[in-house]
Design a protein around this ligand. Structure first.
Ligand code: IMP
Length: 422
């Protein structure tokens, strides 16, 4: 019987997935990234040293595991080469056998990056993208003009793609004028080529052969292209279905689906955010949580825990349990709030999570208020060690979100967590 577990961000990204992938990687043989690209930023700690990976699955640091970049990911070869070197320097250089990159994954070229930057600067309502070329690369794929990794590493195919794209004046301009990046791009190919293979088949074979496979999501459910807060979303399916569509396997093989969330909410980029806080409370929370983007270093918007959005995320993914991060950040707050419903000025109390960003922007959250706790909690070793107010807060998150909390993060180090309520 296959063991296939999925780990997904269930807010607007930056939930702290890296910590849990790193933790769960120990019990898995293969870690598979299934969507997104180097717009992600997973922070992990190796021997107390902070390491941020944008593209490589966090499992590359785990001896004995295979890491896979599957067909649903968009790959910038320059970034892939740099990350292979980065982990190589700390003694974890992947081999063609330990890092597999799908031939079907699409390639981010300097033209895609430039297009992303240009679009963000020109549109009247920017999305606040990471400007890493993610959206334009997925657009090329959907337009059926994209370049796959399989084609990138085959000189004839690459040449024929480049000459077919030369008909596009914008592409041609990028190719002629952005020489430095195109040279870096072409120079990265030999370093990444040994890893490019039918990686998705390898994942299916691992599943069939009862190896333990962890599907590692990037971004978060509310940024899902189809199910998130469109158009303020990323360009891939960040929900569990994204993994199935990307890799192609029997969905019945999935055993557990872990949802990663913070004990509050953050968002980077534009778009509606009903529980957003401002002023002194924002500065306090941002400072305590060090809420600055791992990829772009942008200050993150912060807000109260949103149980309405969480219920939705739990439903669209079939989340079994939450890993609740950063509870320790909330210590010393005088009071805490959880949004338990949304009220709309014209539509009244909404029965479901709104389907349009316009409505979401107009809702007023209905809050339950909770007492804060003053003690620092990072040395707690069980749920019952937490101050009663922290226990009540976690219990309320479970009740209002309709999901059990499996583990609670109480500090940044890998070992800083406790089990949820028994
Ligand atoms: P893109 O993925 O760069 O196209 O950006 C689209 C939206 O997703 C923007 O609001 C980004 O800030 C957001 N986004 C993309 N990746 C991440 C992430 O890893 N964490 C949080 N937000 C992200």
């Amino acid at each position: 019987m296959a063991t296939v577990n999925a780990l997904l961000g269930v807010q607007w990204g930056d939930e702290g997935k890296g910590k849990w992938v790193d933790f769960l990687a120990r019990d898995h043989d293969m870690i598979v990234r299934f969507q997104g690209g180097n717009n992600a930023g997973h922070t992990i700690y190796v021997d107390e040293q902070k390491l941020v990976l944008h593209l490589l699955p966090s499992g590359v640091l785990q001896p004995g595991t295979q890491s896979v970049i599957s067909a649903g990911v968009v790959v910038d070869p320059i970034v892939l080469q740099a990350e292979i070197e980065k982990v190589g320097k700390i003694g974890h250089r992947p081999t063609p056998d330990t890092l597999l990159v799908s031939e079907r994954a699409h390639v981010i070229t300097p033209w895609h990056v430039a297009t992303d930057c240009r679009q963000e600067n020109e549109v009247s309502v920017p999305i606040g993208t990471t400007k890493r070329g993610i959206g334009p690369t997925y657009s090329s794929r959907v337009n059926r003009i994209g370049l796959t990794m399989g084609h990138l590493v085959n000189k004839d195919h690459l040449d024929s793609w480049l000459s077919s794209m030369a008909k596009d004046s914008g592409f041609q301009r990028s190719f002629n004028e952005d020489r430095e990046n195109w040279e870096k791009f072409l120079a990265a190919i030999p370093a990444v080529a040994p890893h490019v293979t039918d990686a998705d088949h390898a994942v299916r074979e691992a599943m069939r052969n009862d190896r333990r496979v962890l599907l590692e999501g990037a971004q978060g459910s509310l940024l899902d292209l189809g199910l998130g807060t469109y158009p303020f979303v990323t360009s891939s399916a960040t929900t569990v279905g994204g993994a199935i569509a990307a890799i192609g396997f029997d969905p019945r093989w999935i055993s557990s689906i872990y949802g990663i969330a913070k004990a509050y909410v953050t968002r980077v980029g534009e778009g509606p955010f009903p529980t957003e806080i401002f002023g002194e409370s924002l500065e306090w929370l941002r400072g305590r949580g060090n809420e600055y983007g791992a990829t772009t270093n942008r200050p993150r918007r912060c807000g109260w825990f949103d149980a309405v959005a969480m219920r939705y995320a739990v439903q669209i993914n079939g989340i079994d349990q939450l890993m609740l991060n950063k509870l320790d950040v909330l210590s010393q707050a005088s009071e805490l709030k959880i949004a338990v419903a949304y009220r709309h000025p014209q539509l009244g109390q909404l029965p479901t999570f709104p389907t349009t960003s316009e409505i979401l922007a107009e809702v007023e959250p209905v809050y339950e208020t909770f007492e804060g706790w003053q003690e620092e909690i990072s040395s707690a070793s069980s749920f019952s060690d937490l101050p009663p107010a922290a226990q009540t807060y976690c219990q309320a998150i479970e009740e209002f979100s309709g999901v059990k909390i499996g583990k609670i993060g109480i500090g940044p180090r890998p070992q800083d967590f406790i089990p949820g309520r028994s």
